[in-house]
Write a protein that binds this ligand. Sequence first.
Ligand SMILES: Cc1cc2nc3c(=O)[nH]c(=O)nc-3n(C[C@H](O)[C@H](O)[C@H](O)COP(=O)(O)O)c2cc1C
Length: 294
Amino acid sequence: MYFTDYISGTVIQGLGNGRKFGFPTANVQPDTPVSLEKGAYATWVNYDGKRHKGMLYVGTRPTLGLHELTYEIHVIDASPKLYGKKIAFKPVYKIAEEKKFRNEKELIKALFSYKGTAKMMLSPSRSHLFNPRLDDIDDIMKIIGQAKNRMNKMGLDQWQDGYPDEETIRNDKRKHQAVIVKNWFGPAAYAAIVFDKAPHYEKIDGKWLSEGEPYVVVHRLAVADEYLGLDLAKHILRFAERKARAKGVRWFRIDTHHDNIPMRNLIRSFGFTFCGVVQVRDGKRMAYEKRIRN
Ligand SMILES: Cc1cc2nc3c(=O)[nH]c(=O)nc-3n(C[C@H](O)[C@H](O)[C@H](O)COP(=O)(O)O)c2cc1C
């Protein structure tokens, strides 16, 4: 399960039980009909121009004997006054199904546990980066397969020619340039962090920022479907920077397909400069570079 877009809505008057439980919630009236299964989710919530961590509840509050479907958001570690405000939220992970708890105490106990899970999921720095083991290869190929499917659905011709295949990944492993992100719940993302010179970067229709200096490249960056939107890709880019700094490498290069908008947005938000167009096996790519700060 994954969600791509933010859902916007207005915060309306609730019954106020949440405050009594220690988990105040904003009851949201979505602007347009949404189809979300009932349950508890880790969610991003945007208000006052900023993104915050939260939990979303979609359900009828059966524990309290209520029947009306509501969308409630609890903002984690903050108590903003949201009544009457416009907000937007993006659920990223389903934590639990809706339940009819035996009593309010049981409900509150569950809310504390959900909060722990939501915080964990929304903090990529708490995910762990590993050098994959040999038997991680199936997990990695699954993650890459999902990324390929999404690109195919987006109409991209990137990674539609069989690349990257198992041999490529085994080679990444052999060269100790493979990293896999695992969080609490399992394998979530893959990338190769490469310090070798990339032959396809030798010729560029444009100009690199650096000339003749060593650089790091992140290749084959892929995130599993159910872990999209959790900033894991950023987590990998930050890790690549740390690795480069430790080696005294000051430049960071990356490329992506012209129409891969999520990746281009990520690259831009990470401070890369567009340098020009390079040619890879299956076509042209937009090439970027940034200087790694201390
Ligand atoms: C993340 C989250 C999950 C929840 N899950 C359930 C649930 O499974 N069953 C339930 O009866 N209520 C659940 N609650 C809803 C509480 O009953 C609700 O927050 C409380 O009734 C407050 O609503 P009010 O502010 O409109 O009074 C959940 C609330 C949150 C924030």
